[in-house]
Design a protein around this ligand. Structure first.
Ligand code: MG
Length: 251
């Protein structure tokens, strides 16, 4: 945990900020709040194969966080040298969503609920920033994390134009929380999500909850790499202590 401080100092120097005054935590959803990524990877693999498209489960983890259409088009372009017809994109994405929905309700990621309780007690605002476009998303959040998230503090696939790895979703998350980049942190598990958080100028914690080599997350720009949400929850006080102890704060 001792290199939290070095990570914070590197982040502050890179951005010319003099401290992190934590007011909000911007959470990705799949693979961070819910242990849902294995279901997503399986659904992608299965439905893409139906259309002759090759996307392995492992590669699905690499693309996690992209909008459905951009994932489909990356694979389609690789095989056919052009974008897929928008109707085909919609068909594949609808089938993928239906395949995902056949699974039992994904479980909360161990440590996520405990971490949210700590934030609530500290008056820190949790914000959801996901590339997911499920209509029942808020209800599921309310069911699994009662009283933690507010509907007007969510960024989903319906809100964004570009999606991750573009900084847009996280910039929108800052706006919805009414905070500046140095007043928030991002918690992500996917390389593309980490890129988005960093591009938005926000201190980005990667939790490696899937099968990827952690180096992929560091290469994407993660300021801190942890093996699980439980590790973030357990190390929360140590991490937070580093935010408040570095110099004076902006303005
Ligand atoms: Mg994720």
């Amino acid at each position: 945990m001792s290199d939290f401080k070095a990570s914070v100092i590197r982040y502050l120097e890179r951005h010319g900020y003099s401290g992190i005054r934590l007011k909000a935590v911007l959470f990705d959803m799949d693979g961070v709040l819910f242990n849902s990524m294995p279901y997503h990877a399986d659904a992608w693999n299965k439905v893409m194969a139906r259309y002759g498209l090759h996307l392995s489960r492992e590669e699905a983890f690499l693309h996690e966080g992209r909008t459905g259409s951009s994932t489909i088009n990356i694979v389609y372009r690789r095989q056919f040298g052009k974008d897929a017809d928008p109707e085909l994109v919609k068909t594949i994405y609808d089938e993928k969503s239906a395949e995902f929905a056949k699974n039992p309700e994904p479980e909360r990621m161990p440590g996520a609920w405990e971490l949210l309780q700590k934030l609530k007690a500290e008056g820190i605002i949790p914000v959801l920033v996901t590339g997911s476009g499920q209509h029942s998303l808020f209800d599921r959040l309310q069911h699994c994390f009662p009283g933690m998230f507010q509907r007007d503090r969510m960024v989903t696939a319906f809100d964004v134009k570009y999606g991750k790895p573009h900084p847009e979703p996280y910039l929108m998350g800052l706006e919805k929380a009414g905070v500046q980049p140095w007043e928030a942190i991002v918690v992500e598990n996917a390389p593309i999500g980490v890129q988005a958080g960093c591009a938005a100028g926000i201190f980005t914690v990667a939790v490696n909850t899937g099968p990827l080599d952690g180096q992929v997350l560091l290469d994407a720009g993660a300021d801190v790499l942890l093996p699980s949400m439980q590790a973030l929850c357990d190390g929360w006080e140590a991490l937070k202590a580093c935010f408040g102890s570095v110099g004076s704060l902006p303005r």
